[in-house]
Design a binder for this molecule. Structure first.
Ligand code: NAD
Length: 452
């Protein structure tokens, strides 16, 4: 089987996924164009850094840029025609009805196909509903029949994007053209061969990785991605359902899940109860899967239930605080610690911390919020009467209650004395279940966990 040996790659869309992918592939020896139409983002990337916070990424971008192998651009004409492989990493937000908005996906594919060279490989990294690749192949057949289409879903997590890409559990590539699928997998073999030197530049330590290379059919590759995310979301919503029962019955959901997750068949990961999932992936991937199921006449009730539980969690957290304040939030001074949808990122898309802050503010509380990385990104989603501050101390001063909404270690590791000096009868709502409830229970402080 003759596998193409690519030398030049274009990555369409230098967002969280595309920028990481492009910078890493440049270190694997390829010449990589990172194509980004958003001027503000591109200007930052051209300075050799990322426009979002991701540990280790800046030095990887900087050294790639300096080597001349990483070329930020906004021009399809300058990048695509000379590329052997074109990755699409454009956004796939959700439509108001929950279905996937594929307008960026189709417009990037069409623009690229018009310029791609003969027999080049178009790789879909964006998360798309099953069946999308077949539609793009149809589109390609009207533009350039020699192009090959491969689905190569992305599994990186923001906050650990470099570890996840370099020390991967699996790489999946699916398509009808076996050689092109193998070409895509060969890029990752090349990356794997360089990973220790890249990890050193990023100052990240290697983690245990299964490192599986999985070739599948096109529809399977598409469905693998959304199924994996849906299952993780399901585990979180399951843990949150049990947390509600634990709250009523006196059990501690952390103890429950530690023991349940000790069973190898189940596993402990993603059984953390709390304020629910958020971010740019899980919410839209779950709603996209429900919607694409309906397109095929399949009612994924189990995912509708997971979505419903998740949607209830910010309100559930607020309700627990309301009860602790004897049903009156009016004028209460509440500090929200954490606006990023999870620790390790500045991303605040669909963040539960933002949702909780807005619910409390609407209910009449005086809300102050702080995040070590996400203030800027969260600003526009917060109600205008919420005060955003630049330090932890400014956030908590004079607080009646503190809500820990993101599991940043700097919040989880705060000593009891920190809380005591704010207010000796402070209410602490641990919406991520990360605090030492026993240590707090010995003080006069009131600790409220989720299912604890
Ligand atoms: N962020 C994650 O953790 C993650 C993980 C796995 C998969 N994904 C999937 O990867 C895809 C990208 O996600 P993201 O978080 O990087 O999104 P993002 O919004 O950060 O980045 C997408 C980029 O594409 C650019 N773009 C839009 N239209 C374009 C076009 N026609 N040509 C070139 N560029 C264009 C945008 O300007 C933007 O910078 C999504 O489908 C997402 O579901 C994301």
């Amino acid at each position: 089987m003759a596998i193409m040996q690519p030398s030049t790659i274009t990555v369409l869309g230098a967002g969280y996924v595309g920028l990481t992918t492009a910078a890493l592939l440049a270190h694997a020896g390829y010449t990589v164009y990172a194509l980004e139409p958003n001027k503000a983002r591109l200007d930052v990337i051209k300075q050799g850094r990322s426009f979002f916070y991701e540990a280790g990424l800046d030095p990887v971008i900087k050294t790639a840029l300096e080597s001349g192998k990483f070329i930020p651009t906004n021009s399809y004409e300058d990048s695509v025609p000379g590329s052997d492989v074109v990755f699409s990493c454009v956004g796939t937000p959700d439509n108001p009805d929950g279905s996937s908005n594929l307008s960026y996906v189709f417009s990037a594919a069409e623009q690229a196909a018009k310029l791609m060279k003969q027999s080049a490989v178009f790789v879909q990294k964006s998360t798309v509903p099953v069946g999308t690749g077949a539609k793009i192949q149809e589109l390609f057949s009207t533009i350039n029949q020699s192009l090959h289409y491969v689905s190569n879903p992305e599994f990186l997590r923001e906050g650990t994007a470099l570890e996840d890409t370099l020390f991967f559990d699996r790489v999946v590539a699916g398509g009808d053209h076996t050689e092109s699928v193998q070409t895509v997998l060969s890029l990752y073999h090349q990356l794997e061969a360089q990973r220790d030197s890249i990890a050193a530049i990023a100052a990240i330590t290697s983690t245990e990785a299964k490192g599986e290379y999985i070739a599948t059919g096109l529809a399977s590759a598409e469905l693998i991605k959304v199924t994996a995310n849906a299952f993780l979301a399901l585990k979180i919503s399951f843990a949150n359902s049990i947390a509600k029962l634990a709250d009523k019955s006196g059990a501690d959901v952390v103890e429950v899940m530690d023991a349940v997750g000790a069973d190898k068949r189940i596993g402990r990961a993603f059984l953390n109860a709390g304020r629910g999932y958020g971010g740019g992936c899980f919410p839209k991937d779950v709603s996209g899967l429900i919607s694409s199921g309906l397109d095929y006449g399949v009612d994924l009730e189990i995912m509708q239930a997971a979505q419903g539980v998740n949607g209830s969690m910010p309100g559930y957290v607020a309700e627990k605080l309301l009860q602790a304040l004897n049903g009156n939030l009016e004028g209460a001074s509440i500090a929200i610690l954490g606006l990023a949808f999870k620790a390790g990122t500045s991303d605040s898309r669909k963040s539960p911390g933002v949702a909780i802050a807005n619910i409390l503010s609407k209910a009449g509380a005086v809300v102050t919020a702080y995040d070590p990385k996400a203030n800027e990104e969260a600003k526009e989603d917060l109600l205008s009467n919420i005060t955003l501050v630049d330090s932890l101390d400014d956030c908590v001063q004079n607080a009646t209650a503190v809500v820990i909404a993101t599991e940043w270690s700097e919040f989880a590791s705060l000593p009891v004395t920190f809380y005591q000096q704010i207010n000796s009868s402070l209410i602490i709502v641990d919406a991520v279940n990360k605090l030492d409830k026993h240590a707090l229970a010995q003080s006069n402080l009131q600790y409220i966990g989720i299912g604890r």
